[in-house]
Design a protein around this ligand. Sequence first.
Ligand code: FAD
Ligand code: MLT
Ligand code: ZN
Length: 475
Amino acid sequence: LTSERYGVRRLPFSPLSDSDLAFFEGLMPGRVITNPEELEPFNVDWLRSVRGCSKLMLKPQTTAEVSQVLRYCYERNLAVNPQGGNTGLVGGSIPVFDEIILSTVLMNRIISFDKVSGILVCQAGCVLEKLNEYLEEQGFIMPLDLGAKGSCHIGGNVATNAGGLRLLRYGSLRGTVLGLEVVLADGSALDCLASLRKDNTGYDLKQLFIGSEGTLGVITAVSILCPQKPKSVNLAFLGCQSFAKVLETFTTCRAMLGEILSAYEFMDEKCMELVEKHLKLSSPVAGSPFYVLIETSGSSSTHDEEKLNNFLERAMTSGLVTDGTVATDDKKIKTLWSLRERITEALTHDGYVYKYDISLPVGKLYDLVSDTRARLGRSAKNVVGYGHLGDGNLHLNITADSYSHSLLDAIEPFVYEWTARHNGSISAEHGLGFKKKQFIQYSKPSEAVLLMQRFKAMLDPKGILNPYKMLPSSS
Ligand code: FAD
Ligand code: MLT
Ligand code: ZN
């Protein structure tokens, strides 16, 4: 059990009683799940690395139902774990003990879309990919995209402040989310669902809930600014002979592609080996220690292709890249993207995955991978590096045949100390959840953590919302 491995104790929340179950069944008949087999996938995380033992999952359909559930749980002192698509990578989305799982799976209604402003308002349980498909029909797209798009919910994305593959172009959710509706721990609903680009009336309360990982309130609806669907998209998949060349290729393409650059991702050759070996994907480009994926999005294919070709010519003639391929049609674009997007999945087939999500000054990004590889030697199966290079975000992953405490001790706190020494962040985009919460001090001063704890105590005085997550347990 997770609680044993991580040495946490259950806090004195009330155990679930028959009268609690009767209350919930009365509130939402047929949407109260107690069958252990049905609960199983919601008690274990996507990486299958942590597991809880909740005996109850509730599936509200409306904000009013979420309100009634939380009001009741607050009075009864029952702990609650908000859950979206359960694709989170830091153990935040599943209970640690027997917290009630409050799932947004049935809160999947689009409330409105304004074609003039591009503002979408929807319930929190809408699946990201479904939203994107809906928008594409109207000539728009979601401002974020990630490998988990087929399962993750927009509420979960906002709760984790997910970054992803388009952040370079459309910015963080802190800019594109215009409003939120949130139900607080005591059941009161906070309607900050504004659909305005500009609104300077008081503190921007929604920001507190973006990235709060279910610890401050349950997000029930989201208002988000969506960009126009680009008319022309091109993708280049290129091989580089060193990380220095990866960096120089980035500065060159940023200068030459300018406003049409929409993604700059990188992966090392180990990643490529793993997607080929475990997922049987084949790459059209081989034999390089590093690969980069460059996407352009614009409104004129002639203009964009001319710019991209000029850049590619420069990159090839100056030896920045040694091999590559370009895609302009949807099918090939998807195939090339999957080489990058499916690394996460390939890693899970390689064994137990130790996953790190680090922000660093971009020039230092790969040094952490090399140093970790040298440190671990043969005790690790694979040490790989990939990520959102354009955002200074490295995904360092280590695999081993099975979980080993001594290997974990060799990795942590080494990786966190290394990151802090180079002024990085120990969580760039995945959050802290359950697995990383004790390491927050590597990236935040104690005064900041204290203030966070005071916000938590103010908004959730009984601590019923996602306990044991995000903030370090006080000793
Ligand atoms: P869950 O996993 O269900 O929950 C995540 C956290 O949010 C939990 O703490 C939960 O309690 C809380 N939460 C969920 N819904 C709500 C709500 N309505 N109100 C309050 N709290 C809530 N992340 C990135 O940033 N960038 C990536 O590129 C990226 N790629 C990924 C690729 C794969 C293959 C996978 C598996 C994950 C990836 N992730 C990425 C991780 C990312 O955090 C999630 O995919 C996504 O944002 C979580 O959404 P979810 O609905 O699955 O939330
Ligand atoms: C990604 O960029 O692929 C995601 O953040 C998932 C991961 O880190 O593996
Ligand atoms: Zn990522």
